[in-house]
Design a protein around this ligand. Structure first.
Ligand code: ADP
Length: 273
């Protein structure tokens, strides 16, 4: 309770009324090769502000590579990325460092492996995040915000524990809080629950669902089909480096569909056709 009184509210970005505003993210003809292997073959997607998109598809279809290109962890061979209406990545020429940095600050990524500093407590891991990104902040404010974020992911009581004293699910929740500490406008999740024991998946999905309810723009690569259907505005299915289908959960579920792409998606998801 004492810790909670010290925590400082730090609201996540609310979904802005998106009429008239550009999409949060526009991927245009994204292509990517690893050697001769063309992994992304011209992917186009628009993601609105406050929209929640799940990306599903067979292993090796390019899902992880796609979101890694958006976070600049992979270079592009073709295409471009536009972030909130601003040029962010262009395959044919490089943008100014200033533009690149400004864009990077708006995107947060959560990985399959949590990558916490093992010798830092949960609280310290979160407090370090803003500083690593060059935002010097008052240490008291920094601490209060970190406590607030720990509370949001339900881990206030574990603030002073080290990663090895936490379960995988708890570590991933700390990792999500750490990403939130950077105040991103978009969060990318790369299979956030696939390294977890089954009994810990739910607690992490719950945190992601809360972010969705609060209006955060989310792009989630996942194998959790029920979760994808319940949390997403749209589910995007990739196959062999292209988008095979992009649909609202309601349209995927409605049984009388005769759209082959949706039937294919339903089959992949294990929904009876
Ligand atoms: P998914 O996330 O859908 O399982 P990935 O994006 O991880 O698919 O991988 C797509 C393809 O790209 C796979 O054939 C994979 O082997 C290949 N790939 C991914 N990363 C690399 C890399 N760093 N070097 C070479 N090939 C890679």
């Amino acid at each position: 309770e004492k810790l909670r009184q010290q925590a400082l509210p730090m609201p996540v970005r609310q979904a802005t009324e998106s009429k008239g505003l550009p999409p949060a993210l526009q991927l245009k003809k994204i292509s990517k090769k690893f050697g001769e292997n063309e992994v992304l073959k011209g992917v186009d997607i628009n993601i609105g502000i406050g929209e929640v998109i799940s990306i599903i598809g067979p292993s090796g279809s390019g899902k992880t590579t796609l979101i890694r290109t958006v976070n600049r962890l992979e270079t592009l061979n073709g295409g471009e990325v536009v972030l909130f209406g601003e040029d962010f990545i262009q395959s044919n020429h490089s943008l100014s460092i200033k533009k690149t940095r400004a864009g990077m600050k708006r995107i947060g990524m959560v990985f399959q492996s949590f990558n916490l500093f093992p010798h830092k407590t949960a609280l310290e891991n979160i407090m370090l995040a803003p500083r690593y990104h060059g935002a010097p902040s008052d240490v008291n404010v920094n601490r209060k915000q970190a406590l607030y974020l720990l509370d949001r992911v339900g881990l206030l009581a574990h603030a002073n524990k080290y990663p090895h004293q936490l379960s995988g699910g708890q570590q991933q929740r700390v990792a999500i809080a750490r990403t939130l500490a950077l105040s991103p406008d978009i969060m990318l999740f790369d299979e956030p629950t696939s390294a977890l024991d089954p009994e810990m998946v739910g607690e992490v999905l719950k945190v992601i669902q809360d972010l969705a309810k609060e209006g955060m723009t989310l792009v989630i690569v996942t194998h959790e089909m029920d979760f994808a259907m319940s949390v997403s505005d749209r589910v995007v299915m990739m196959e062999h480096g292209v988008i095979q289908a992009d649909a609202k959960p309601y349209d995927i579920e409605s049984a009388d569909t005769d759209v082959p792409e949706l039937l294919r998606m339903r089959a992949f998801m294990g929904i009876d056709n």
